[in-house]
Write a protein that binds this ligand. Structure first.
Ligand code: CO
Length: 454
């Protein structure tokens, strides 16, 4: 069942592009000059919020992420603003109470989000229910995401089941989220075709260039009937980011599924972002020239993780342990039930593997790994192995939806923030505080008048 409709594009230059290549440091002022032009292109959506941008605004850029969203919305009158939400983790790293998730989603839609892409690191759809329902209720386009990974437990059938669950939960579209660039072209063809045939739902493919396959993966996905692909304008494309928008548009010119986008209109916007990238690299001392790393195809470890590992080991004078670590990581991942490696599981599994090679296997075990093993983040894709059962001996195993154990938090947080000197804090400020308490307080101290915070 192939469609002949134009292939649509989600432009990621304002979120994933700079998150992947410039440590999420793009500022609102870097975006504003070209927003009206971007709005005229005819994108399916402009991904511009969520992921790591919220944290980065508060932590590194001295910006209010909510204010950024309102500014974006003011300039983007036609094109929906899309964002990436970590299900019950919202934009943080823990599970939050349902009322935090619901309020956050409601406020972000009210402030300008039109499309919400929601994923769970374990593909445990129970962790998506509340966010999806809230986004639906707020009137946004709800995109349920399947986190793509490779393991003996991750088959087309398994991913189809996740897609089916997402559709049953009310997803308007389904995203295949390939954060590590592991989705091979013909696998993508099979997966997209299966989902289209069985469910008929709108499919969006989101891949990264990390392994060098993403353009081919998009082309095969398109041939299999994918409706949408995610691309970044060339200065923020390739490397560990998405395929380039201009190249994809040109590829399909004259084809029955041509995008309808005029590539001539993209060039001046790309020129702007080329300058922005140079400026960000200088201002924040970044290496924005991140090569693709084909080793990811063998190790199945996200590219960014490999370089982080090497840096951490170097800092501790243990660079010689790197080859061991590369072998240890997949072993730990298997023992803990093959979670996809994406925030926060990538950090949790990654640090366990590092501890194992430096200190001996499971000699020191962070609580996060125990929590992941005992179901506190949700169901692991496969059962945990015996060695992991020993690690969590005596700990409470959780088989229900983890957030069922978290009492409502909004009222307590509002009170706490009042005690800290912000009795008139906005709901948005309370939400920032909920996700990143210390970082938010530091931001408020510099940007809000205490006791009269509006
Ligand atoms: Co991505």
């Amino acid at each position: 069942m192939t469609t002949q409709k134009p292939l649509k594009i989600v432009e990621t230059v304002l979120r994933d592009g700079h998150q992947s290549l410039a440590a999420t440091r793009m500022r609102t002022s870097d975006m504003v000059p070209v927003l009206e032009q971007l709005d005229e292109i005819g994108y399916f959506a402009l991904e511009a919020w969520g992921g790591a941008t919220f944290d980065s605004c508060l932590r590194f850029l001295d910006e209010d992420p909510w204010e950024r969203l309102r500014i974006l919305k003011k300039h983007l009158k036609k094109t929906p603003i899309s964002m990436l939400l970590r299900g019950q983790n919202v934009l943080g790293y823990n599970h939050y109470a349902d009322d935090v998730v619901e309020t956050f989603v409601q406020r972000m839609v009210e402030n300008g989000i039109g499309l919400v892409r929601i994923f769970d690191a374990l593909n445990d759809v129970r962790n998506l229910e509340v966010a999806m329902r809230a986004a639906k209720k707020a009137g946004a386009h709800v995109q349920g995401a399947i986190v793509y990974t490779i393991s003996p437990y991750h088959t087309t059938e398994n991913f189809l089941q996740v897609a089916r669950d997402l559709v049953e939960l009310g997803a308007d579209s389904v995203c295949i989220k390939d954060m590590a660039g592991l989705l091979a072209p013909y696998t993508a063809y099979d997966l997209v075709q299966t989902i289209k045939q069985k469910l008929g739902v709108v499919v969006d493919v989101h891949s990264h260039y990390t392994s060098g396959m993403a353009s081919m993966t998009y082309l095969k996905s398109m041939e299999a009937g994918a409706d949408i692909v995610d691309c970044a304008l060339s200065p923020f494309a390739l490397g560990t980011s998405q395929p380039a928008t201009e190249a994809l548009v040109a590829t399909l010119e004259g084809h029955p599924r041509e995008t309808g986008i005029d590539k001539e209109k993209l060039y001046p916007i790309a020129d702007h972002f080329r300058k922005v990238k140079k400026d960000l690299a200088e201002t924040f001392k970044l290496n924005t020239a991140i090569d693709i790393d084909t080793k990811v195809l063998s190790f199945q470890i996200p590219g960014g993780m490999l370089s982080n590992f090497l840096n951490q080991l170097k800092q501790q004078g243990k660079a010689d342990k790197y080859p061991e670590l590369i072998e240890e990581l997949p072993r730990v991942r298997a023992e803990i039930g093959y979670p996809p490696l994406v925030t926060p599981t990538s950090q949790i599994v990654g640090s366990m593997a590092a501890f194992n090679v430096i200190l001996g296997r499971y000699k020191v075990v962070p609580q996060e790994i125990k929590d992941l093993a005992r179901g506190a983040y949700g169901r692991t894709p496969a059962p945990i192995q015996d060695v992991m059962k020993e690690v969590i001996a005596g700990q409470k195993v959780i088989t229900h939806r983890p957030a069922d154990d978290i009492p409502a938090q909004m009222e307590t947080l509002t009170k706490k923030l009042a005690e800290k000197g912000y009795p008139n804090a906005t709901v948005e400020d309370v939400l920032s505080y909920a996700l990143f308490p210390e970082v938010a307080l530091k931001f408020f101290a510099a940007n809000r008048s205490a006791a009269a915070a509006e």
